[in-house]
Structures are given as structure tokens and as C-alpha cells.
Write a protein that binds this ligand. Structure first.
Ligand code: NDP
Length: 480
């Protein structure tokens, strides 16, 4: 199968005529071709989006909302197909795509399609002498760039609010997982989204992403991906003072206090460590355990992790599927080697898993648990983004907080305790954009989202996403 770009409402071949192989990571086989686009394709997409902007921004909110809701409905109606596409692209278990990725993609459209109907701006009277009101206006063409780990979910989380407020979009999905973005274009077309309102250009970051973010007619950028890419984007667009949101990497602590509900802590820690093969920015990859329960927790955690099945992502019984690519698998395996060199003791896993049959050439890694490392070593400081977690003991609450915060990242954290005072006290001290207590990955789209420190900047959740995708202006009318 050959994927095409979607520009001005038309599926279009790349100007270069060149394509990249798209590999199914569970089999190691090429299963489709995607456009190896370049600056000229980006130019066309931005032009199409620019042309469509006037009419889309003038489209009544009710109508925009109806079209976006139709997209949500079609995502749900095509959920089986989308889930399968994502599994084949990404290697994650099919059941996970069906239960999380695809429903959440539909929910993104539903949330922002309905939210825009209720979004209101503010008015302020100044001493009965003047009326101030806040105008939020769409900005034009928004660039939406997303990574491979939650391809449709993260892309729709950007596209839905951007379109709801009246912007048009040029999106660049990760070239490793392009299929669901391609399918989304078919859905948008079917839902009646006018031509040019959503454009998707496939291809490589430097050849497509960079011309897109630096394009003079693109004033706003929503990016999710690695911290080094985010840093490059920030550097490139700073001179033009573009509006930028950067959702970046994480090295998230998962703190288990002695008074925790142990079963709950263990079960949740297993999910937080190994869901999506550890390829979720919010995974809890540093598990900090109060010394008095260290051995008990460790034994139960290893036992439960050992029971996880690494297997064909199409098999409903597989807990872990394939790593997203051979290159990424090798990167994660090299991180495990580094951990060994740093003196880490491998308690479980630590190696590639070789499956049989269709999956004999797939890229699988065993759930890996390591102990005996300092908090400051590379393994505990760098994002690995794989099924690799470390265990570290702590003696006091203060020490737990210090270890948790001793990181250049600040995306998320989890705390397990039955002590409500401690839950609030520790949550307030953790430097992270989201802190979960006795849970993980529980999300409510109305709440703020985004990282501290090198985990990002610029975007908040709920209706604040509408504010992000608009230019805010105060109009002050002085009474005569
Ligand atoms: P990358 O930063 O490598 O890529 C993200 C996207 O940016 C891809 O579409 C990529 O294209 C594109 N890109 C690469 N270089 C440039 C450039 N110079 N200019 C513009 N675009 C560019 O991240 P990954 O895809 O490897 O995703 C994993 C990372 O994403 C992890 O660090 C993870 O923590 C983070 N992440 C953060 C989340 C958050 O909410 N904070 C959520 C999910 C993931 P291409 O694929 O062609 O390189």
C-alpha cells in the first residue's frame, strides 16, 4: 500500500516522487510506502491551509463543531480498522489500541467540538469608566507535529482544538507511524471538513518538520516529541517569536511509601513501567521505594512483571508488543548495557526477545528491572523510552522528594500512600506538571497538561488549549 500526502483536500504524491519504507516492527517487514516529502510539499500544504483559513474562521462555531463531532463519530465507527493500522505501524498490542488510543482520539474531537460551543471570553468594567473585553482570534495556519508512540491520540489532541477555534492545520506525523494520520484524512474528508482546513505532509523531521515550523506563514506550532528536537525547534523559531507549545520527554518517579496499599502500588507500577513497552512519555521509569518495604515490593513487582507476556501484538493475550523500530530497540538495548556498566544489577529481562513464526524478525524486548544504581547515573537521568525501570530505596519522605526532583525532566510523578496529608504535602513539592496519587495515567481533558523543566512548555489543557491556539487581544472602550 502507498500512503499519500493530503493537501487541499486531495491525496497527493510527493513532488520528489520518492517514498520511504514503512516497517511493521512486529514482523520486521516493509508493509507500506510513505511520501519522502520535502520543502516544496510543505509550501503547497501551507498555501492550501492559508487559502482555506478565511472561510473556515468565518464558519459558524456550531457548524465547525458539527463537523468535528462527525469526525469523532467516524473514528468510533472505524475503530477496528484504525486500531489494526496503529498496531501494524507501531507494534503495540491491538487490545491497547482498541481500549486506549482510538477511543481517546475520538474523545479529543468530542471534547473540543463540544467545548468550543461553551467557550466564552471575559469582560471587565474599569471603575464604570471603560469596558474591557478579551477577544480570542484564530491565528491562521497551525503546525502540528507528533511522535510515534501514541500516533493518532496525540495528533488529534492538537488538531481538534486548533480546528475548533478556526485555525487551519498542516500536520506532520512521525514517519515511523503514518497510517492512522492517513486514515484520519479520509475520515475528515468524509465528515465534510472543507478542503485545505486539514493538510498532512508525511516525511522526515529535518525535510518536512523544519520547513514547516520555520515557514513565514505558520505563526503557531504545537509539538510533541523528544527534548532535543524540542530544543532545536525552540531555537529555530525564537527569532520569529512564534507561539510554541512543546510537550517533551520525561524520566518520571514513581514513589512507593511504606503505608501504601501494596497490591495497588505493585499492580499500578507494572502498568506504569511496561504499558506500550515503556514508550509513553508518562511512564514511571524510576521507582523509589521506602526502605522498610523495599524487599517486599521488589519481590511482588518482579513476580508480576515476570508474568507479562511479550508476544505478537495481534494476540489479545500479549501484554507487551514490539518496540517501534529496530533503531529504537537497539537504542534501548544499549541503554541496558550502559546500566550494567554503571553497576546496575539486572533483576529481570535485560535482553531482546526472539519470537517465532511471523514475528521471528520482530523487535521485542523483555520487561527489564534494574537495581543498585545511583540516582545521578545516566540510566536514572536519561530518558530510555523502553520497558526498562530502576528500583531505588529511600529512608525519609524528604529523601524521596529530593530523589524525585533530582532530574532535568519534570513531566509527571506518581505517589502511593494511604496518608492523605502526605499525599498533598508531597504532591506540592514534586517538580512535575502532573502528580498522580494511588493511580497512573488517569486523565481528564479539562485539567492542565504539560511538563516542568526540560519536559516542555507552553500548553495547558481544557479550554486553555483554545487560548493557546488563538491570539488574545484586549479591547478597551472608554465611555464618553
Ligand atoms: P522526535 O522528537 O524524534 O520526533 C517527534 C516529531 O518531530 C516527529 O514527527 C519527527 O519526525 C519530528 N521532527 C524531528 N526533527 C524535527 C525537526 N528538526 N523539526 C521539526 N520536526 C522534527 O520524538 P519521537 O518521535 O522519537 O517520540 C518520542 C519522544 O516523544 C520521547 O522523548 C517522548 O518522551 C516524547 N513524548 C512526549 C509526550 C508529552 O506529552 N510530553 C508524549 C509522547 C511522547 P521524524 O519522525 O521524521 O523524525
Amino acid at each position: 500500500m502507498t500512503i499519500q500526502n493530503y493537501i487541499g483536500g486531495v491525496f497527493t504524491a510527493p513532488n520528489s516522487g520518492k517514498y520511504l519504507d514503512n516497517i511493521n516492527p512486529a514482523t520486521g517487514q516493509v508493509y507500506s510506502q510513505i511520501p519522502d516529502s520535502d520543502q516544496t510539499d510543505v509550501e503547497q500544504a501551507v498555501l492550501a491551509a492559508k487559502k482555506a483559513f478565511k472561510s473556515w474562521r468565518e464558519t459558524p462555531v456550531q457548524k465547525r463543531s458539527e463537523i468535528l463531532l462527525k469526525i469523532a463519530t467516524l473514528i468510533k465507527e472505524n475503530a477496528e480498522d484504525l486500531a489494526l493500522c496503529e498496531t501494524i505501524d507501531n507494534g503495540k498490542p491491538l487490545w491497547l489500541c482498541k481500549s486506549v488510543d482510538i477511543p481517546r482520539a475520538a474523545a479529543n474531537f468530542e471534547f473540543y467540538a463540544t467545548g468550543i460551543r461553551h467557550w466564552a471570553s471575559k469582560a471587565h468594567l474599569s471603575d464604570d469608566k471603560a469596558l474591557n473585553y478579551t477577544l480570542h482570534q484564530p491565528m491562521g495556519v497551525a503546525a502540528c507535529i507528533s511522535p510515534w508512540n501514541l500516533p493518532l491520540y496525540l495528533l488529534t489532541w492538537k488538531i481538534a482544538p486548533a480546528l475548533a477555534v478556526g485555525n487551519t492545520v498542516v500536520a506532520k506525523p512521525s514517519e515511523i507511524t503514518p497510517m492512522t494520520a492517513y486514515k484520519l484524512c479520509e475520515i475528515a474528508h468524509k465528515a465534510g471538513l472543507p478542503d485545505g482546513v486539514l493538510n498532512v505532509v508525511h516525511g522526515l523531521g529535518p525535510k518536512v518538520g523544519e520547513p514547516l515550523i520555520t515557514h513565514k506563514d505558520v505563526p503557531i506550532i504545537s509539538f510533541t516529541g523528544g527534548t532535543s528536537t524540542g530544543s532545536r525547534i525552540a531555537t529555530l523559531v525564537a527569532p520569529a517569536f512564534k507561539k510554541v507549545s512543546l510537550e517533551l520527554g520525561g524520566k518520571n518517579p514513581n514513589i512507593i511509601f511504606a503505608d501504601a496499599d501494596l497490591k495497588r502500588a505493585v499492580d499500578t507500577a507494572v502498568k506504569a513501567s511496561f504499558s506500550n513497552q515503556g514508550q509513553i512519555c508518562l511512564c514511571g521509569s524510576r521507582i523509589l521505594i521506602e526502605s522498610s518495604i523495599y524487599e517486599t515490593f521488589k519481590t511482588a513487582f518482579i513476580e508480576n512483571s515476570k508474568a507479562l507476556k511479550v508476544g505478537d501484538p495481534l494476540d489479545e493475550n500479549s501484554n507487551l508488543g514490539a518496540m517501534v523500530s529496530e533503531a529504537h530497540m537497539n537504542k534501548v538495548l544499549s541503554c541496558i548495557e550502559t546500566a550494567k556498566q554503571e553497576g546496575g544489577k539486572i533483576l529481570l529481562g535485560g535482553e531482546r526477545v526472539h519470537l517465532k513464526g511471523n514475528n521471528k524478525d520482530g523487535f521485542f524486548i523483555a520487561p527489564t528491572i534494574i537495581e543498585g544504581l545511583s540516582n545521578t547515573c545516566k540510566t536514572n537521568q536519561n530518558e530510555i523510552f523502553g520497558p526498562v525501570v530502576t528500583l531505588q530505596p529511600f529512608d525519609t519522605e524528604q529523601e524521596a522528594v529530593e530523589l524525585a526532583n533530582q532530574s532535568t525532566y519534570g513531566l509527571s510523578a506518581s505517589i502511593f500512600t494511604e496518608n492523605a496529608s502526605r499525599a498533598h504535602r508531597v504532591s506540592a513539592q514534586i517538580h512535575a506538571g502532573i502528580v498522580w496519587v494511588n493511580t497512573w495515567l488517569y486523565r481528564d481533558l479539562r485539567t492542565p497538561f504539560g511538563g516542568y523543566k526540560q519536559s516542555g512548555l507552553g500548553r495547558e489543557g481544557g479550554f486553555k488549549a483554545f487560548a493557546f491556539f488563538t491570539e488574545t487581544k484586549n479591547v478597551c472602550i472608554k465611555y464618553s
